[in-house]
Design a protein around this ligand. Sequence first.
Ligand code: CP
Length: 309
Amino acid sequence: MDRESSTAVRHVVEVSQFDRPGIERLFEVADCMRDLPRQATPLAGFTLATIFYEPSTRTRLSFETAMHKLGGNVISTENAREFSSAIKGESVEDTVRIVGGYADAIVIRHHEQGSAHRAATVSTVPILNAGDGPGEHPSQALLDLYTIGHELGRIDGLRVALVGDLRFGRTARSLARLFRLTKDSELVFVSPPAVPMGDDVRAELDQSGVPYRDEPDLNAVLADVDVVYQTRVQKERFTTPGEYEAARGQYVIDETAMRRLNPGAILLHPLPRVDEIATDVDADPRAAYFRQAHNGVFVRMALLQHVLG
Ligand code: CP
């Protein structure tokens, strides 16, 4: 399915592991998972461990739901920074070595960029990166692209505005990277000056021939794009409250913005939101973020089936 599929252990650490046929197959499996009969238990007897050093609602619970729906078991530590032996000084590597003896796959979220890579280096069971600091969030990007395909009927030929914190927002970083697998797409980066898209992502897009541009005026793009991917300014990544205050509140999608938005476009957000999408917008049929979150279960079922099946 992906570039590491020939190895014995199938980790999902970054979106660069995937190729176009791989994501197409993954999305087909995700479609099938929507209708999986309740009595089907393809992962019966398998155990998934979820180790979260940072808070989560969607990623942890949807991975755990996905495993339960596939008939498997789940063991979990939801505040691993405090309630695992990390508090005693245990390294990620040692934790993963131990948990790999209890579980058949490990979903890990950690505050340090590169932590999932470190875990995969020593793990004897698949590692699924559920977010490594401001690095990557591959399962989120996969469900985001799946949602775009599901909502718009295509993943090619799209104009996509990535809005908000593109420096620390790992979901936007992973999604931008994933667009290298699409054709004729164009990205527009709409971000406060303090949190622009990183040069590492821009270099990958240059190499892949994906056009992108920066546009500080959100109103200038709303009528012309197919997807608006709004993101939260990642308060927890700033070193001072002043830096956060300087970056927050600059781009808000409200009813006025929705009147400007292309009638055929969709509005996505990886969630959680703070104030960057007004709740008045939720009833607009183009507001697809709750459907997007629901799709996470099916995409994560497909990912678990891929690494364990
Ligand atoms: N989108 C996302 O990663 O949400 P959680 O932080 O709730 O997992």
